[in-house]
Design a binder for this molecule. Structure first.
Ligand code: NAP
Length: 335
């Protein structure tokens, strides 16, 4: 039996991008579970841009992570000890792990994984929250229809690559925005997008016009700032903008002032933010659709796996510097 729990605690609130200097390591004895609790071994921990918001003074939609406590994180764990009859030793669960190797969690907050649908790695990847975010953002908020043009920002990232592929499967023309030639080549050659924009090369406005001469119907936005502003100008009549994230603004000193909102009036266009958890009741529907696409090979997810818990802070930094090639996770233990 494992006796110690390695943890990464929030040490200080960052001003800009969060990095290793904002976290510190400690080791505690594991806490044996009480009634209704589970002792887990963390296997995969998801690294998400929202973590940068959670460590700020006032995240808004969730309480801030307190200084001196383990960083908040979701992921996949293996049950080592169960004090809840619904869970057996050896089960894999989706749970609120935090940045720790052996968390003790409430069973009621944990979901047992159905391994007949996918492996634990699939459950942190294409069956996980980033994919669900793409599904509901594209089909519900963006209301994408076959034949429409869909623009996706941060298209080579975890959410973006799923949204872009889902739009292709749905029969849309898909344009992806990403930073750098490697990510753009991946989108075009491996995922089969119709056009790509490298936002780090050349004039962005020209690139929008060249790749979408007739504009776009849906913008799935992960980035905000200038990419959003130009998309508002590119929207066709009755266009929709799904605001999934705004990573360019999350840690920015000076915020970008969006200028083109007024164009929504004449275009009869709609812009809407969303949080994936609001669609909780419909996760089974989304997962059934995703599982079907995985089975036929029409959907894939590139995972970027870092090895070991202590890589988590570096991982968080990578998201804001574009260092990740796909959905970023930290692997803490073997499956
Ligand atoms: N609404 C929700 O419920 C929900 C749920 C999950 C995630 N999200 C949001 O979805 C977005 C993507 O999350 P993810 O986990 O899939 O991360 P990700 O896209 O895998 O990683 C972030 C990517 O953003 C790009 N980026 C970083 N800084 C940028 C900047 N200044 N300008 C332009 N692009 C920049 C980088 O790609 P490049 O190399 O291409 O620049 C980086 O790889 C985030 O905004 C996140 O907050 C929302």
């Amino acid at each position: 039996m494992q006796n110690s729990n390695q943890r990464l605690l929030l040490k200080a609130r960052p001003e800009g991008i969060a990095g290793p200097e904002h976290f510190e390591e400690d080791v505690q004895p594991v806490r044996m579970p009480g009634p209704g609790e589970l002792l887990l071994e963390s296997v995969y921990i998801s690294i998400d841009p929202a973590m940068r918001v959670w460590v700020s003074e006032n995240p808004g939609y969730v309480p801030p992570v307190e200084i001196g406590t383990p960083m908040r994180a979701g992921g996949i764990g293996r049950v080592l000890v169960s004090e809840d009859p619904a869970f057996q030793v050896g089960d894999f669960v989706n749970a609120r792990l935090g940045w720790q190797t052996h968390p003790t969690v409430r069973a009621s907050d944990s979901q047992k994984l159905d391994l007949s649908v996918g492996s634990p790695q699939d459950w942190i990847g294409p069956l996980g929250t980033t994919a669900l975010t793409a599904y509901f953002g594209l089909f519900d908020v963006g209301a994408a229809k076959p034949g429409e043009t869909v623009l996706v920002s941060a298209a080579a990232g975890g959410v973006g690559q799923m949204a872009a592929q889902m739009a292709k499967i749905h029969g849309c023309r898909v344009v992806g925005i990403a930073g750098g030639p490697e990510k753009c080549a991946y989108l075009k050659d491996t995922l089969g997008l119709d056009a790509v924009i490298d936002y780090k090369a050349g004039d962005l406005e020209d690139a929008y016009k060249a790749t979408m001469p007739d504009g776009c119907d849906v913008f799935f936005d992960n980035v905000g700032g200038e990419q959003l502003d130009l998309a508002l100008a590119s929207l066709r009549e009755n266009g929709r903008v799904a605001i999934c994230g705004r990573i360019s603004q999350t840690a920015a000193g000076e915020l970008y002032g969006v200028k083109n909102l007024g164009l929504l009036i004449g275009k009869r266009a709609r812009i809407q933010g969303f949080i994936v958890f609001d669609f909780n009741a419909r996760y089974p529907e989304a997962r059934a659709w995703i599982a079907e696409q995985l089975k036929t090979g029409s959907l894939q997810q590139r995972l970027h796996i870092l090895d070991g818990l202590t890589k988590a802070p570096e991982g968080l930094q990578m998201l804001f510097e574009g260092g990740n090639q796909g959905k970023l996770v930290v692997q803490v233990a073997e499956e």
